[in-house]
Design a protein around this ligand. Structure first.
Ligand code: SAH
Ligand code: SF4
Ligand code: F3S
Length: 450
């Protein structure tokens, strides 16, 4: 069989990165090796994201850059998968005629046969059919060599927040069977993984639909029992479905990291209602207090959208007040953008770009102050760190994360890769910490300290 080289570019969320790894695994038996160099590849796959207008623009500008490559190598096959593929379907061929294959989010596991077909028949294919069941080949953790890994536990979303494209491009919520997930994590651990992050658009509703006799806290208990696994994280937890059982599981299971990503989106009840989020500021804050009471030093992070249609200065001030009150460890903040199919696209009272930009900068400045204050408070403290790899900025340093998900760089000692160490925080920066190793592998991954 001919040896092929595949280059994969991934745009978007952690679930897209997980799916790109599945592509590599599925293509390996068809003699495809991964290359870091697009110029060398005879297959280029782009895994796309449609969450905001900017993400979609990135897709088409990347495809534009591939036009020259396709002219030089007519045998090159270009495939576009993921959320923009699902959203745009055949329209991608019109905007980028050099694309050979469009495969939607539910066609992911048909990728090998689709590629063989394109190669044999030399014709363009678009597969964006949705299915009602999750049919996945058994790919359990093949060949990964690293310390941390993502594991998607459910696909799709049923929440229909009015601004969001995900339910339309990923389809209805479906949970993967718990035994398959646990087998996958065990296999990752055998390959050296020490920390897993369980992924879903709303992990709190894991197992609620279909015939899965296991809910999310129960799944966490099963993962916690896996020997050799040191840390468990998860994302995203929808505030409306955050249960006492889940808070109890984070508080009591030794391997759970004391961190929760609990996106609030806005601090104004009026806007939350228009977003169809299903909670009020009051019940969000109630859950935050419960978390803080049950899990000492819990880190709470959030996503916030500024400039949702109809957002007044007063609504925005309410968001700032909430950010201050929760005292988030970090937030991702976004300017609202219209998305195809999302109901808010038809809302008339859009906020101007100028105001959006000003609000975004204001919110980011506020959060920077809070993060800096929290990081500064850690100087001198000793924290457990899982060493994940080399720092991007300084190759002589190793990088890892504290239990609360703060990035910490430490002086290099290759032998520490993949290990839990105890590190003293020496310096605090805007987005990370600098530390020095105090003890190696002495701390168990189970004390709830920041
Ligand atoms: N399922 C997760 C979010 C996934 S999308 C949740 O419910 O929290 C990640 C983030 O993108 C969202 O939390 C939201 O803050 C942002 N986002 C989604 N659609 C957007 C849009 N149309 N404009 C701006 N930001 C958006
Ligand atoms: Fe989008 Fe809302 Fe679903 Fe999150 S919960 S993916 S924001 S529809
Ligand atoms: Fe983007 Fe699709 Fe993820 S729209 S955020 S890649 S689910």
């Amino acid at each position: 069989m001919k040896q092929h080289l595949v280059y994969i570019k991934t745009i978007g969320c952690q679930m897209n990165h997980y799916d790109s790894e599945r592509m590599v695994q599925m293509l390996a038996p068809l003699n495809h090796l991964l290359t870091e160099d697009a110029e060398q590849a005879d297959l280029i796959l782009l895994n796309t994201c449609a969450i905001r207008a900017k993400a979609e623009q990135k897709v088409f500008s990347f495809l534009g850059r591939l036009r020259r490559l396709k002219q030089q190598h007519p045998d090159l096959i270009i495939g576009v998968g993921g959320c923009v593929a699902q959203q745009e379907g055949k329209r991608i061929f019109e905007r980028a005629p050099h694309v050979d294959l469009v495969f939607g989010t539910h066609a992911l596991f048909r990728l090998p046969e689709l590629i063989s077909k394109v190669r044999e028949q030399r014709e363009r294919i678009c597969d964006i059919t949705f299915s009602n069941t999750l049919e996945e080949p058994d790919l359990a953790g093949a060949g990964v060599r690293r310390t941390t890994a993502f594991v998607t536990i459910m696909r799709g979303c049923d929440n229909f927040c009015t601004y969001c494209v995900v339910p339309y491009v990923r389809g209805r919520e479906m949970s993967r069977p718990s035994n398959v997930i646990i087998r996958e994590i065990k296999s990752l651990v055998q390959n050296g993984v020490r920390e897993v992050t369980l992924l879903g658009q709303n992990v709190n509703s894991y197992g609620k639909k279909g015939h899965i006799p296991c809910n999310f806290p129960e799944l966490l208990k099963k993962a916690n029992d896996i020997d050799g696994l040191k840390r468990i994280r998860f994302t995203t937890s929808h505030p409306k479905d955050l249960s006492d059982d889940l808070i109890e599981a984070i508080a009591s299971l030794p391997k759970m990291c004391p961190h929760i990503h609990l996106p609030v989106q806005s601090g104004s009840d009026r806007i939350l209602k228009r977003m169809n989020r299903g909670y009020t500021v009051k019940n969000y804050l109630k859950k935050v207090s419960k978390l803080k009471r049950a899990i000492p030093h819990v880190a709470i992070t959030s996503d916030i959208i500024v400039g949702f249609p109809g957002e007044t200065e007063e609504d925005f001030e309410a968001t700032l007040a909430l950010v201050q009150e929760v005292d988030y460890d970090s937030i991702f903040s976004f300017k609202y953008s219209d998305r195809p199919n999302a109901p808010s696209t038809r809302f008339r009272d859009k906020v101007s770009e100028k105001i959006n930009q000003r609000r975004l900068e204001h919110l980011m400045r506020l959060q920077e102050e809070i993060t800096r204050k929290k990081n500064n408070a850690l100087v001198g403290a000793t924290r457990e760190v899982l060493v994940e790899g080399f720092s991007k900025n300084a190759n002589s340093r190793l990088t890892g994360r504290t239990l609360c998900n703060r990035i910490i760089n430490i002086e290099a000692m290759d032998s520490l890769l993949g290990q839990l160490v105890s590190a003293r925080v020496e310096k605090a920066y805007k987005h990370c910490l600098m530390g020095s190793v105090v003890k190696i592998d002495q701390v168990k991954g189970n004390t709830h300290v920041t």
